[in-house]
Design a protein around this ligand. Structure first.
Ligand code: GLY
Length: 388
C-alpha cells in the first residue's frame, strides 16, 4: 500500500499540542541545563548533565533557540546566549574539536545565535569552527577527514554524517564573502556522494581512501549492523544532507541523491513507520528503533520540498507532515514524569556481531532526535530560521 494512505494527516490542534508539550518540557529544564548541557542521550528517560564536550551539545542549545523562535520567551534566549559563550571558549581552547562535527556543534548554537540576535560571539565562534573544519580537508582524495588526527593513516576516511557539517561552510562563505569555505564544501560533497551511495539507494556509513594516491578504497560501517547494511541514521543523514546540498547549490547530483536515498528510506520502513536502527531489520523484530532517523528525514523532506517548490514540493511537504503526525503518536513524550526529553525510542549505538560499538542510549531519547523533532515543528509553524 502507498505510504501516504497508511498515514493520517496532521491537524492544527495536533501541532499546537505537540509544541505546547515540547516547550513545557524544555522550560522545566532551563534551571538545570543552562550552565551545563544535556548529555547525548537519556538514561531511563532523563538526561544526565554534561560539560561542553562530544559532538552533541549544539542540539540542546539549538532547542533553546527553537523554543525562543516558537514562543518569543526571553528566558530561552538568555540561556542560549550563556551557552554560546561556552562554545566560543571550546573552539578557542580546542576542547574536543579534533573531528569534523563542527556543523552539528556550531550551526544550531552559534549560527543560530547570530541569526536570531546578531551575536558577534556566535559569529566569531562559528567562523573559528568553520576554519577548524576546512583544516581537515585532504587534497589527496578531496574530502574532509571525519575523526582523529590528520596524521593517522587508519583514519583516512569520510563519513556520511558530514553532509550536515557542510552548511556551516556555506554560511561562513556567505557571511565573510570568502569562497574558500563553500569551495571545500562542494568538493567534499561531490566526493562523498560519489562513493557512499550504493546502486539500490542505500549508503555506506564510512568510506576509506588511499593516503598515498587519494583513490577511493572501500565502504565500512562504524555504527551500522554490518559493512554492507543500511544503518538507518546514516541513511537519514544522506537524505537531509543531500536536501541541504540541493537547497544551497541547486546541484542536480544532490537532487538525484536526495530522491534515491529518500525512496530507499521510505520503502524500508516497518508497518508502524518507526525505523529499526538498521534496515537489516524489519517487522517482526525485537531490535530497537531509532526514532531520530525519522525526525531527521522529515526535516530533509521539508527542506527539499521548499527548494523544489511547485506540486512536487507540496507533495513532499504533505507526506512529511503525515510522518510527523505518526512520529508524535508513537514517540513524543506526552507525560513529563517519564522523561525530560522530547522523543522516545531512539538508539545512539547498538552492538552487533559485525560492528565495533557498545550499546549506548538504546531505546532512549537522544538529543539530536529531540532537536530534529522540534525543528520539524518549528518549520510547520513557519518559525524556522535556517540554522543549517
Ligand atoms: N553523527 C554521529 C551519529 O549520528 O551517531
Amino acid at each position: 500500500m502507498d505510504i501516504e494512505t497508511r498515514l493520517a494527516p496532521l491537524s492544527d490542534a495536533f501541532v499546537a499540542n505537540a509544541i505546547r508539550n515540547a516547550v513545557a518540557i524544555n522550560e522545566s529544564c532551563l534551571d538545570g541545563y543552562t550552565a551545563e548541557f544535556k548529555y547525548s542521550h537519556s538514561r531511563n528517560g532523563f538526561y544526565p548533565k554534561s560539560g561542553n564536550t562530544e559532538w552533541t551539545t549544539g542540539f540542546w542549545t539549538g532547542q533553546l533557540w527553537l523554543c525562543y523562535s516558537l514562543t518569543g520567551d526571553e528566558r530561552f534566549r538568555r540561556a542560549a546566549l550563556v551557552q554560546v559563550d561556552s562554545f566560543l571558549e571550546r573552539i578557542e581552547k580546542k576542547i574536543d574539536v579534533e573531528h569534523h562535527d563542527m556543523g552539528f556543534l556550531y550551526s544550531p548554537s552559534c549560527v543560530a545565535a547570530y541569526k536570531h540576535t546578531g551575536s558577534e560571539t556566535g559569529r566569531k565562534a562559528a567562523l573559528l569552527a568553520a576554519d577548524n573544519l576546512i583544516s581537515r580537508f585532504h587534497e589527496k582524495g578531496q574530502f574532509i577527514q571525519a575523526w582523529g588526527s590528520l596524521e593517522n593513516r587508519n583514519e583516512y576516511r569520510l563519513i556520511v554524517d558530514c553532509l550536515l557539517n557542510l552548511p556551516l561552510l556555506y554560511w561562513a562563505s556567505g557571511t565573510t564573502g570568502d569562497g574558500k569555505y563553500s569551495d571545500i564544501a562542494g568538493r567534499h560533497f561531490n566526493t562523498a556522494l560519489s562513493c557512499v551511495l550504493r546502486p539500490d539507494g542505500s549508503t555506506y556509513h564510512t568510506y576509506y581512501f588511499d593516503p598515498q594516491t587519494g583513490a577511493p578504497l572501500r565502504g565500512v560501517t562504524a555504527q551500522g549492523n554490518r559493512d554492507g547494511s543500511p544503518w538507518a541514521r546514516g541513511q537519514a543523514w544522506a537524505v537531509y544532507g543531500s536536501a541541504l546540498g540541493y537547497s544551497k547549490t541547486g546541484s542536480s547530483l544532490a537532487l538525484s541523491v536526495f530522491h534515491k536515498t529518500l525512496d530507499f528510506f521510505l520503502s524500508h520502513l516497518p508497518d508502524d513507520i518507526i525505523p529499526y536502527w538498521d534496515f537489516d531489520f524489519t517487522n517482526p523484530s525485537t531490535e530497537p528503533r531509532d526514532s531520530s532517523a525519522l525526525a531527521i528525514v522529515i526535516c530533509g523532506m521539508m527542506e527539499a520540498g521548499d527548494a523544489i517548490g511547485g506540486e512536487e514540493g507540496r507533495k513532499l511537504h504533505e507526506l512529511a507532515l503525515r510522518l510527523l503526525a505518526r512520529l508524535y503518536e508513537e514517540c513524543a513524550v506526552k507525560d513529563a514524569s517519564i522523561s525530560n526529553g522530547l522523543l522516545l525510542h531512539g538508539t545512539y549505538a547498538r552492538k552487533s556481531e559485525y560492528n565495533t560499538c557498545r550499546n549506548r542510549g538504546v531505546d532512549e531519547c537522544n538529543i539530536w532526535g529531540d532537536y530534529y523533532y522540534l525543528e520539524a515543528l518549528a518549520r510547520v509553524k513557519g518559525k524556522w530560521e535556517a540554522y543549517w
